[in-house]
Design a protein around this ligand. Structure first.
Ligand code: ADP
Ligand code: MG
Length: 378
């Protein structure tokens, strides 16, 4: 397998999907793991995404299986069937070159970018709620034939990418791991987490659940940087972390990343936080509605399911809130704040995580959201 994809290979892979005439390849990736090209020619353009056999941010020190291309492509295809129009079209896959060709979402922006800029995009939060309901229930034993579901599980064994999450989300932030990145001003905050036995215990229990609860084919990295948006059109990209895991990990990631946005805009005092509050309610409202709609009639426990999912979302949101403050990968929503409000926002995120993880189970989406975005800092 080739270790890198150069411009000429990207051009060759894209060629069948472009118009006639000369073509150009431009590297556009901003991710940590992969190389992403936009290839344009004959009035058309496509995206070519290539997975090197190592973790790009740390170089060849952390080898990473290129099987993630197959997993990403199969997850895109399956989630795209279950939630039509919510993913970019998969145009081709070349496993020998560890690359795939995708529809170019040219008019779309990464949702996080729009959230940071305070740009309202209509309909997207609601579409994300429906996407979660359909992909999660649709790949679970609730809606799948039992034998098909067991076969599905064998296709989504994703040890290398799960290892990244297990280490960087559930382990490192609660220890003195070298991979952690902490602002100098937040050193005390990070130390308080390392000394917090109750938080370590709760995170370690969630690690166990992440590894053992084989509920559905989850996206595995559903933050607002994995969602591209235009008015009335949300598309989920980058499901290379997909595996059979706990549903609440996906929904919790959406919640935590919206919470970062709300906290940041509250700190800025620019009036956009109220819009983000609406996104959360639209997200959970549409998710609940869609779950009730597609729920199998002969198993009448949908309300119990929804309240369990809400509780799990709160707990996984908490680990996401922590790891984006003291772990390796931060979020620009918080990192771009001016110094004083950044430190306050970091304290607020960790305080929110403590409340969600150590407090009583959340009782409603309002309860979840008010604890995730609380302005009380002890
Ligand atoms: P990585 O796995 O390295 O994080 P992503 O799949 O997240 O890579 O892609 C990196 C960036 O490339 C995205 O943030 C987005 O800006 C751009 N991108 C990815 N897929 C598409 C697409 N289908 N259409 C347009 N832009 C895309
Ligand atoms: Mg990625």
């Amino acid at each position: 397998m080739p270790e890198t994809l150069d411009d000429s290979l990207a051009l060759a892979l894209a060629a069948p999907h472009l118009g006639d005439g000369p073509a150009t390849a431009e590297e556009i990736g901003d991710g940590n793991l992969n190389v992403v090209y936009r290839v344009s020619g004959g009035g058309r353009s496509v995206i070519v995404k290539h997975a090197p056999p190592y973790l790009k941010v740390v170089g060849d020190a952390w080898p990473l299986s290129q099987d993630r291309v197959r997993i990403e492509a199969e997850a895109l295809a399956l989630h795209g069937e279950l939630a039509p129009d919510r993913v970019p079209a998969l145009l081709a896959v070349d496993l020998d070159r560890a690359a795939m060709v995708l529809e170019d979402l040219r008019g779309h922006q990464v949702w996080r970018t729009q959230l940071v800029a305070g740009v309202h995009v209509t309909g997207v939060a609601e579409q994300m709620g429906r996407y979660c309901a359909r992909t999660l229930l649709g790949t679970s034993d609730l809606l799948m034939d039992s034998a098909d579901r067991k076969r599905l599980a064998t296709r989504f064994v994703n040890p290398d990418l799960c290892a990244i999450t297990e280490e960087l989300v559930f382990t490192a932030p609660y220890t003195a791991a070298e991979s952690n990145r902490v602002d100098d001003a937040a050193a005390e905050l990070a130390a308080s987490l390392r000394g917090d036995a109750a938080m370590r215990r709760a995170a370690s229990q969630l690690l166990w659940e992440f590894r053992t609860r084989h509920e559905a084919l989850i996206h595995g990295d559903l933050h607002t940087g994995s969602i591209m948006v235009a008015d009335g059109d949300a598309r989920v990209i980058d499901p290379e972390f997909a595996f059979i895991g706990p549903m609440g990990y996906d929904t919790g990631n959406v919640v935590a990343n919206l919470a970062f946005s709300a906290i940041a805009h509250q700190e800025l005092g620019d009036g956009f936080a109220g819009q983000v509050d609406e996104y959360l309610m639209d997200f959970w409202g549409a998710l609940s509605e869609e779950v009730r709609l597609i729920w199998p009639e002969d198993h009448p426990w949908d309300e119990i399911f929804l309240s369990n999912l809400l509780e799990d979302s709160a707990r996984y949101a908490a680990t996401e809130l922590v790891r984006r403050i003291v772990g390796l990968a931060h979020v620009v929503d918080i990192d771009s704040l001016p110094d004083a409000s950044r430190l306050r926002a970091q304290h607020r995120a960790v305080a929110a995580a403590r409340s969600l993880l150590l407090g009583p189970p959340v009782r409603s989406p309002h309860d979840l959201w008010s604890r995730a975005t609380t302005e009380d800092v002890p």
